[in-house]
Design a binder for this molecule. Structure first.
Ligand code: RB5
Length: 141
């Protein structure tokens, strides 16, 4: 799986932790920045990752800002993007099964690295259930 990864300065540390782990997984990661803890604007990073996902270059995206809120709001303004802000694994699982979320958002100042990695793991492994949920996500576009 090809994954687009992005963060602002509030999510930079967590993005680095996630990138380090995904490097050893059976997936390809494209890092859309930011590349330091210097201040950047999360809508720009969300746009780059969402363009890659909506355009089909990457299958899924992971976005991180300080709370995950701003970057999830920004991501969900892009057509074809279903971004889910998750702070625990159950929501991450359901965001895949019921919502076919194609972007996962995390708060780098909200959750720690170990929990974030559990969330990422379940989110990447869980498939969309389809059925009645397909009709509902089709109503979103
Ligand atoms: C940046 O300071 C912070 O506002 C941002 O990372 C995010 O939390 C916004 O929702």
């Amino acid at each position: 799986m090809k994954i687009a990864l992005g963060c602002d300065h509030g999510g930079f540390g967590l993005k680095q932790e996630i990138a380090a782990v995904l490097k050893d997984c059976d997936c390809e990661v494209v890092d859309y920045g930011c590349y330091s803890s210097d201040s950047v604007d999360y809508p720009d990073i969300a746009a780059a990752v969402c363009k890659a996902v909506a355009g089909g270059e990457c299958e899924r995206g992971i976005l991180i800002c300080g709370t995950g809120i701003g970057i999830s709001i920004a991501a969900n303004r892009h057509p074809g993007i279903r971004a889910a802000l998750c702070s625990e694994p159950f929501s991450a699982q359901m965001s895949r099964e019921h919502n076919d979320a194609n972007v996962l958002c995390l708060g780098g100042r909200v959750i720690g690295g170990a929990l974030a990695l559990q969330i990422v793991d379940v989110w990447l492994k869980t498939e969309f259930s389809g059925g009645r949920h397909l009709r509902r996500i089709q109503m979103l576009d």
